[in-house]
Design a protein around this ligand. Sequence first.
Ligand code: F6P
Length: 341
Amino acid sequence: MRIGVLTAGGDCPGLNAVIRSVVHRALVGHGDEVIGFEDGFKGLLDGHYRALDINSVSGILARGGTILGSARMERARLREVTDNCAAFQERYRLDALIPIGGEGTLTAARMLSDAGFPVVGVPKTIDNDISATDRTFGFDTAVMVATEAIDRLKTTAESHQRVMVVEVMGRHAGWIALESGMAGGAHGICLPERPFEVDALVKMVEERFSRGKKFAVICVAEGAHPAEGSMPYEKGEIDQYGHERFAGIGNRLAVELERRLGTEARPVILGHVQRGGTPTAYDRVLATRFGWHAVEAVHRGDFGNMTALRGTDIVMAPLASAITELKTVPANRMDEAESVF
Ligand code: F6P
C-alpha cells in the first residue's frame, strides 16, 4: 500500500513519535510505502511531499514539533481537495491518508472521508479536549511544563510577597489549568468552563495573607473569563480560522488583583513553551500506539475513523464523534480541585 501522512493545526509534543511509528509499522510490518506531506494539508494541495523511510524517522522519537511541518488552513482551500478527491488520490497514488491533528484537522479529515478519501485520523492536542478519546498525546507534556512553572513561581512569589497569575493554554477546555493547577498546588484555578469571581480570588489572597502566607499563585486558562460584572472585560474578535483572539486574561487579572489588593501581582504567560520541546514518556508511548493502530486500521480498511484511547486500550472511533462535542472539564472535577485551595 502507499500511505500518506501529514500533521496539521497547532503542533504538539508527540507528533514525531506518531510519524515514526506509522513509518515503522507500515514499512517493516506490511512492506508499504509512506509519503509525508509538508505543512499539513497545504502539502497535499501544493504537491509538497517526500518519501519517508526508516532512516528519515531515526532519532525523532524524543524530538518536539513535527519533522513534516504543520499549518492551519482555511476551509475554502480544503474544498479544493474535497471537490477533487479522486484526482488527488490518483495524483499521489494513495491508498490511504493519515492526518494527525486536533479538532480542525479531524473536521477536515471527516470532510475528506465523506467525499470518498480513505482516511484514518490520529487525534492530537495539548488541550485534551477531544471527546472521543480519554487522552490526547501532548497534554501530559504541557501539564508537566506548566506544573514546573508553578513550582518555580512559588519560590520567587514567596520571596517577594507577590501574587503570580500564570496563564496557560486552553481555549474552550481548562484541562491544562486544572491539572497543572492541582499538581502545582495553585491557590486559585480559573477555567473557561466556569466564569470566575474576582471578589473570591481577592478574598482568597487576603485570607492567605492574614494567615501569614504572603504569596499566592493563580493558574488561569487563556480562555477563562470573569463572571459578568466581576471586572471590566471584553471578548476578542474571531480570526480567519474561527478562533477567538484572546484579550490576555492573565495580564488583565493581574492588573485587577494588584489594584484591589494593593499587593504586587505579576502575570506570567506560558504560551507556546507548553507545546515545545521533548514529549514525556507517557506522550511518546501514546503517540507510538496511535501510529501503530492507525496503520492497522488502514490495512483493515477501517476508514472514516480515528484512533482513540479508552481506558488502557486503543480503539477506533468515528471521526464524526471527535468533532461533535468538545470534552470540557466537568463541574465535579473543579469541585475536587477547589477543596485543596
Ligand atoms: O489547540 C492547541 C493550542 O495550543 C491552544 O491551546 C492554543 O490556544 C492554540 O493552539 C494556539 O494556537 P497558535 O499556535 O496558532 O497561536
